[in-house]
Design a protein around this ligand. Structure first.
Ligand SMILES: *Cc1c(COP(=O)(O)O)cnc(C)c1O
Length: 387
């Protein structure tokens, strides 16, 4: 790791060795309880008055969840972290902890579609202004941070994977007193640590790479002790979107192999990018690699490709044998999501429609299968669907 200090453990070592703090057990037990009792009136009163922080009630505090939170805080170089029931619970909890009616959120275009809907359908009716800007606007110290309470960022963004110079964005935002929040689900702390670049808050859909096994829906937020305490006290306690102990156990299990999985996803993605870039039926590749932005150290397995207009995309999708069709990403299994399906989604307008993603784009989540098997499947399906 480029920011690897002499004597400090690398992220792989940290994720494998950080102790579970349960009397020598290498994995944390699943503390499946709603409440914790006290030995005495005094101990109970000490807890309620804030003189102790013994566990009280699982909505707010649970030892299995705390083990996961410690691991993420260390991996993201934050002082603290707080787990949530989903990535969306993490996002909404951050926003509700810091934004009030009359405040303004500045958001990247091509933001995750449900984050866009949160801003449009919930925050706007609560009197919160939301403006959307291309990634370049956040990097030039333009007026966009003026009067902004919170800058909501993804790097790379969803669907088209545009990257941000997070260090520069953090400097620009600080000058105007705006809080910066980055969704780091794509890169994971293995490839990018936004807090070390000056960003205030980093969050994840832990349902993706952090879990890695497509068996959990969860979220997590990391940052300074002060900010995480505020999110915990206001949003976790009062909105109540808590992470369950069993899910936290699965996430800790997933994190132990995060480094190895991300390097495998990267090597498969590198094979794809190399072969896609010379493929006659591929007209565009959206896959930022190491160095595409300062502090981005790897390429994850989630990318988009634009297919030639001679490709019948429904036929292509149906011709694939190893890639499965579905939402979500970041698991062991390879998936495709044709943009046209998201563009045709029922209900409110989503960010993909508003900011103009091409219907010829297909998103790939490259899993842990053999890269040559995956490529053979992808290439055969392309050839079988050219008209
Ligand atoms: C999936 C996703 C989310 C939402 O996470 P859930 O765990 O599904 O609630 C947020 N951000 C990004 C970039 C995602 O891909």
């Amino acid at each position: 790791m480029s920011d690897h200090q002499p004597g400090a453990p690398s992220i792989e070592t940290l994720l494998a060795t950080l102790a579970s703090e349960f009397e020598g057990a290498v994995t944390p037990p699943i503390v499946q309880t709603s409440l914790f009792t006290f030995d005495s009136y005094q101990a109970f009163e000490d807890r309620m008055s804030g003189r102790s922080d013994d566990p009280l009630y699982t909505r707010v505090q649970n030892p299995t969840v705390a083990a996961f939170e410690r691991l993420i805080a260390a991996a993201e170089h934050g002082e603290a972290a707080v787990g949530f029931a989903s990535g969306m619970a993490a996002i909404s909890s951050v926003v509700f902890a810091f934004v009030r009616p009359g405040d303004r959120i500045a958001c990247v275009e091509h933001v995750y579609p449900d984050a866009y809907r949160l801003f449009e359908r919930l925050m706007r009716p609560f009197g919160v202004e939301v403006s959307y800007h291309p990634v370049e606007a956040f990097q030039s110290d333009a007026e966009i941070f003026q009067g902004v309470k919170l800058a909501y960022l993804e790097s790379p963004t969803s669907a088209v994977f545009q990257t941000l110079d997070l260090e520069r964005v953090a400097v620009n935002a600080k000058r105007h007193g705006a809080l910066t929040v980055v969704d780091n689900s794509w890169a994971t702390p293995v490839f990018q640590r936004p807090l070390t670049l000056g960003i205030d808050i980093v969050l994840h859909s832990a349902s993706k790479y952090l879990s890695g096994h497509s068996d959990t829906v969860a979220g997590v937020v990391a940052g300074s002790e002060e900010k995480i305490t505020r999110i915990r006290d206001l949003s976790l306690t009062l909105l109540g979107g808590k992470l369950a102990p069993f899910e936290a156990f699965l996430l800790t299990r997933g994190l132990r192999t995060l480094g190895a999985r991300m390097r495998q996803h990267q090597s498969t993605a590198d094979v794809f990018v190399e072969r896609l870039s010379v493929h006659p039926l591929v007209t565009g590749i959206f896959s930022p690699g190491p160095g595409s932005a300062p502090g981005l150290e790897g390429r994850s397995g989630l990318m988009s490709v634009e297919l030639d207009k001679t490709i019948d995309i429904p036929r292509f999708a149906d011709a694939l044998k190893l890639f499965r069709l579905g939402v979500s990403w970041g698991g062991f299994e390879s998936l495709i999501l044709p943009a046209q399906i998201a563009l045709n989604q029922a209900g409110e307008q989503n960010s993909m429609q508003r900011f103009g993603v091409s219907g010829r784009i297909v998103r790939l989540s490259l899993g842990l299968e053999d890269p040559n098997d995956l490529w053979a499947d992808f290439d055969a399906a392309l050839k079988a669907s050219a008209t």
